[in-house]
Design a protein around this ligand. Structure first.
Ligand SMILES: NC(=O)c1ccc[n+]([C@@H]2O[C@H](COP(=O)([O-])OP(=O)(O)OC[C@H]3O[C@@H](n4cnc5c(N)ncnc54)[C@H](OP(=O)(O)O)[C@@H]3O)[C@@H](O)[C@H]2O)c1
Length: 276
């Protein structure tokens, strides 16, 4: 059984999901079908990934009941204006072939080039309409979180940000805990870069696990939600087999000690309309 966390409106979210960034449309249906077959029930996609149609096909052909699945998608950058956001949300639903989303996120704040508070208001309305069970944000910095909460009184259910042993994000995670926001860790494996780390390798050998399993276990024990991406069946299975062992306090500290505040992906302060 994959452990679950609870979101603001009581929705249960599996703590381990399957990420779909950089899975080409022609590979996405098979990859998601494999993930579901191996036991995944939480799929993280986005309009920007260009694979919602294929993700939707895999969900449909799985035969799983809708209430067994947790599906997240995200608002693409050009559609922050509230009317455009509502239309983009409908497009995501239609591409995925779903009646509702479990979680819908603002993908990037675009704080210098858009009124992201107005965009957040649009998502709050979408949640109130019942077509997204929960709404949240991604790549929001502390001032962006405070701005949307201050303006609307509604706290995002999650903030999905890059977190891995090379970017542990302690101050942001502490703020999430204070504000009641669940932390989702994107690029949990630093896109594979952390798997060659000697500290991770030594811990993995000692435990008889793989480097990916040790890193994913570290995330889970910190309480964050993860969705590693792989297009390889054996790795998808490996990344799910992280529920039957524990890291002790020394191992947790050794992995946290690898922090270099180093990003694998884009810096939220630099992603704006027109420069990506
Ligand atoms: N909100 C955002 O702005 C944002 C940004 C980035 C990502 N995300 C989400 O987070 C998900 C995960 O992040 P990510 O895809 O960037 O990176 P990731 O999950 O940290 O790493 C994926 C990379 O690691 C490799 N890999 C996976 N499992 C492995 C294993 N057991 N052993 C060796 N290599 C392994 C994969 O290769 P193969 O596929 O070849 O196996 C792929 O190259 C995304 O798919 C997406 O859903 C969100």
């Amino acid at each position: 059984m994959i452990p679950e966390k609870r979101l603001q409106h009581g929705t249960a979210i599996p703590q381990v999901g399957f990420g779909t960034y950089k899975i080409a449309p022609q590979d996405a249906e098979a990859a998601v079908a494999t993930a579901l077959e191996l036991g995944h029930r939480h799929i993280d996609t986005a309009a920007m990934y260009g694979n919602e149609v294929e993700v939707g096909r895999a969900l449909a052909r799985s035969g799983l009941a809708r209430d067994e699945l947790f599906v997240t998608s995200k608002l693409d950058n050009p559609y922050h204006e509230p009317d455009a956001a509502r239309a983009a949300f409908e497009r995501s639903l239609s591409q995925l072939g779903l009646e509702f989303l479990d979680l819908y996120l603002i993908h990037w704040p675009l704080a210098a080039t858009t009124d992201y508070v107005a965009t957040w208001r649009a998502l709050v309305e979408i949640q109130a309409s019942g077509r997204a069970r929960e709404v949240g944000v991604s790549n929001f910095q502390p001032d962006h979180l405070r701005a949307v909460i201050g303006a609307t009184g509604v706290t995002p259910a999650v903030n999905q940000v890059e977190i891995n042993p090379y970017l542990t994000q302690e101050p942001l995670r502490a703020l999430h805990a204070k504000l009641g926001i669940l932390t989702q860790a994107w690029s949990p494996l630093a896109r594979g870069r952390v798997l060659a780390d000697p500290v991770v390798g030594a811990l993995a050998r000692g435990l008889g696990r793989t480097p990916a399993q040790v890193v994913l276990r570290w995330h889970l024990q910190r309480g964050d939600v993860v969705f590693p991406k792989s297009t390889h069946r054996a790795r998808i299975a490996e990344n799910l087999a992280v529920l039957d062992f524990e890291l002790d306090a020394d191992a947790m500290a050794a992995i946290s000690g690898l922090n270099r505040d180093e990003r694998s992906g884009s810096d939220p302060d630099k992603v704006e309309l027109g420069n990506r």
